[in-house]
Ligand binder design. Structure first.
Ligand code: ZN
Length: 380
């Protein structure tokens, strides 16, 4: 396992790509990006929007669709698209089933509506949603694969149905976390989003045992390139067009606009931003699983961004990663077990299958212990 020389990203991240000097894709981009002033990038984005809009066949009530979750990024994106780009956005949210959605998440969606936005919420059927979560946990060691698939697929499906041909997402995963598979022709281009690890791994057949009805399954399946092309649909990332697109800045902005955060849960969720995944809590389990599989979790992603922004040094970040990566309290695991109908013993039995034994020692009846030291390359 190798660490990026600038931040704490490891080469075990799916689709990681390091330069010859051992620097990750996100750090390479962040260094080159700093030479470009904000207004130039904003103009680049605006001219792309004009080109795509000219291809839209019918002129309806909306210029674009903004995928939202009710979290910190959503509030900022919605405002930005309406107030700075001067567009008429329809917000689309793939909601969680009632048993999974938090009160904070519901409040934050209400907050968006009260700001004058039109919002469509599509929610997958609750029973099959829980069954798919268990199925993807057993098959892929990922409790959120099906909800992520639904999240990414619902937005373009609605764009296709309504004939709205621009979809905005916030961050570009290639540039923000270094996922090279989704790299587009430029920093705004999101048309490779279909290559996201969570959408491509394992295909769609694994859902057959839970969903036999094609209509239901469509809710989870990303529309084909042909469907995109027919309606001239393009996905654009907003993040690269503004100077301070960053988790920390977004949560400050959104909180000032009435977003409810979740302070005080640090030891339960391990979320040092205290502002991510406000709308449901099982993602915390996935962050723990990611840590066991790849040796890094959400804290690593958070501090790496702060390092690139020169707000934190690599040395200052290491103890934070050591303390909080992989944290997920037993109470969250207990609620997940109740949600999908399994025992805690079975949860750990499945989890143990997914632990990367090259970089973790397994402990009988306890949680795995890392063999590696954060920030230092590790060889077996
Ligand atoms: Zn890096």
């Amino acid at each position: 396992m190798k660490y990026c020389k600038k931040c704490l990203t490891t080469d075990l991240r799916p689709n990681a790509s390091f330069s010859d000097c051992g620097v990750c894709l996100a750090c390479q981009y962040s260094q080159s990006e700093k030479s470009k002033p904000g207004h130039v990038k904003l103009e680049m984005l605006k001219s792309k929007i004009r080109l795509i809009k000219a291809q839209q066949k019918s002129k309806g009530d909306y210029d674009c669709i903004v995928g939202v979750s009710g979290g910190k990024d959503s509030t900022r994106q919605a405002h930005w698209v309406r107030d700075r780009l001067g567009l008429r956005p329809l917000l689309v949210c793939c909601g969680y089933p009632p048993k999974q959605m938090t009160d904070v998440g519901a409040d934050n969606l209400s907050n968006l509506i009260s700001m004058g936005f039109d919002l469509v919420v599509a929610t997958p059927a609750p029973q099959s949603s829980a069954k798919l979560s268990l199925e993807s946990f057993e098959t892929f060691g990922n409790v959120c694969k099906s909800t992520e698939m639904a999240l990414f697929s619902t937005v373009p499906r609605l764009a296709i149905d309504l004939g709205v041909n621009i979809i905005f997402w916030g961050e570009n995963p290639a540039l923000q976390v270094g996922d090279s598979a989704v790299e587009g022709v430029d920093e705004f281009d999101g048309n490779q989003l279909r290559q996201l690890n969570t959408l491509t791994t394992g295909g769609n057949e694994w859902m057959n045992s839970v969903l036999s009805d094609k209509r239901l399954k469509d809710h989870y399946i990303y529309p084909s390139e042909t469907e995109f092309n027919k309606k001239k649909i393009s996905i654009l990332y907003l993040g690269p067009a503004w100077d301070d697109w960053e988790n920390h800045e977004n949560s400050t902005y959104a909180a000032l606009q009435g977003l409810t955060l979740r302070p005080g849960d640090l030891d339960i969720t391990g979320d040092i931003s205290e502002a991510s995944m406000l709308d449901e809590e099982f993602t915390n389990i996935n962050m723990m699983l990611k840590y066991f599989k790849f040796g890094f979790g959400r804290t690593t992603d958070y501090v790496c961004e702060r390092i690139r922004e020169n707000k934190l040094s690599r040395e200052e970040a290491i103890p934070l990663v050591e303390k909080f990566d992989g944290v997920c309290d037993d109470t969250i695991i207990q609620r997940y077990c109740e949600y999908v109908g399994i025992s805690k013993a079975y949860f750990w039995e499945v989890t143990n299958r997914w632990i990367n034994k090259d970089i973790f020692h397994t402990v009988e009846g306890g949680r795995p212990v890392p063999k590696f030291t954060v920030g230092k390359d590790y060889e077996r």
